[in-house]
Design a protein around this ligand. Structure first.
Ligand SMILES: [Fe+2]
Ligand SMILES: [Fe+2]
Length: 328
């Protein structure tokens, strides 16, 4: 029986990358501000109840204070204030990599400018990971954080405390029968959505073992959760890869949760090959390149509709419908 009872609608965006550090010809994500402004206008017109951003709101090579100010100004002007829930990506902590800020300062800025003091957010004291609950139907959105630093392919990304919290949270809300969305910025190398799994183009994905073969314990714990809770929907960003490269969805052949990749708002990248045929990522910025999803949640399913967030046109060929309760 078809069940078309719609519960609510939200927008999924990622990799906004406000970039002010070089202010001019060296600015990397040159269309970021225009793209965010246009996207928020389109999202508002489409009647979304809230917006989820899956990380890298700012670029931050040399301190993100000015970028965060621009980010907040654009949101304020859009009329979407108080409706955006953001995850901590790797770029939020990038200036700590160069010794410009400490990791604690970067995380503190994220907590302040992403406004994690919103009334409906529940989180451990001073931590960048948290829970938001949809107010009418009680669906749970769990926001993970790449809290250990910017070089996420070379370290254990999550603290013991964060993984204990994530495991407890998933156990509790699964037992209550809630629908669960997991927001985690960075994808895993050769696993899930967001890259070509046989020939990956993006080297900066999370690993479960280091170069010497040692296990990254908490990265592995996270992966195990994606295999244990198959009804969960994990949304990630990070590779910026365009919808048209068709690496947007995986459930690991039914052996894991649903995994959906969100392309960059600041300009998408494309799977490509160099002159010798080796896999590469084309990072050329094109004006008008900005993608995400409009998500409609129904009683028995969630529909992720790919959308060009510069023009407002949908991509019917990149629409993913996910049904629940296959673990029962
Ligand atoms: Fe990014
Ligand atoms: Fe990233």
């Amino acid at each position: 029986m078809i069940n078309d009872k719609k519960h609510y609608r939200f927008a999924l965006i990622s990799d906004i990358h406000i970039d002010r550090e070089n202010k001019g010809k060296n600015t990397y994500f040159i269309y970021a501000e225009e793209n965010l402004s246009r996207a928020l206008g389109i999202i508002k017109d489409l009647g979304c109840d809230f917006i989820i951003s899956t990380g890298d709101q700012v670029t931050n090579a040399s301190g993100a204070e000015e970028e965060w100010r621009v980010y907040r100004d654009i949101i304020k002007r859009s009329g979407c204030k108080d409706r955006i829930y953001a995850a901590l990506g790797n770029h939020e902590t990038r200036s700590a990599k160069y010794g410009i800020n400490t990791l604690e300062e970067c995380i503190s800025d994220f907590i302040k400018y992403a406004e994690l003091d919103k009334k409906d957010i529940i989180r451990p004291d001073c931590k960048p990971y948290y829970i938001m609950t949809e107010p009418v139907f009680g669906d749970v959105f769990i926001f993970m954080a790449n809290e250990k630093g910017a070089d996420i392919n070379e370290l254990d990304n999550f603290s013991d405390e964060q993984m204990d919290w994530a495991e407890d949270t998933l156990r509790k809300y699964t037992a209550e029968g809630r629908n669960i969305y997991l927001i985690q910025h960075a994808n895993y190398y050769k696993y899930g959505a967001g890259d070509d799994l046989t020939e990956p183009a993006y080297e900066g994905a999370v690993r479960t073992i280091d170069e010497k073969g040692n296990t990254f314990k908490n990265n592995l714990r996270f992966k195990r959760l994606t295999e244990k809770y198959r009804d969960m929907i994990w949304v990630s960003g990070h590779t910026h890869i365009d919808l048209e490269d068709d690496v947007n969805y995986s459930d690991n052949g039914g052996k894991s949760c649903h995994m959906l990749h969100i392309p960059a708002l600041a300009g998408t990248t494309r799977l490509s090959r160099d002159s010798k045929g080796k896999r590469t990522l084309d990072r050329t910025f094109h004006k008008g390149s900005s993608q995400g999803y409009i998500v409609d949640v129904y009683e028995d399913k969630t529909v992720f509709s790919g959308i060009d967030l510069y023009s407002g046109e949908f991509y019917p060929q990149y629409t993913y419908t996910i049904y629940r309760k296959r673990d029962k």
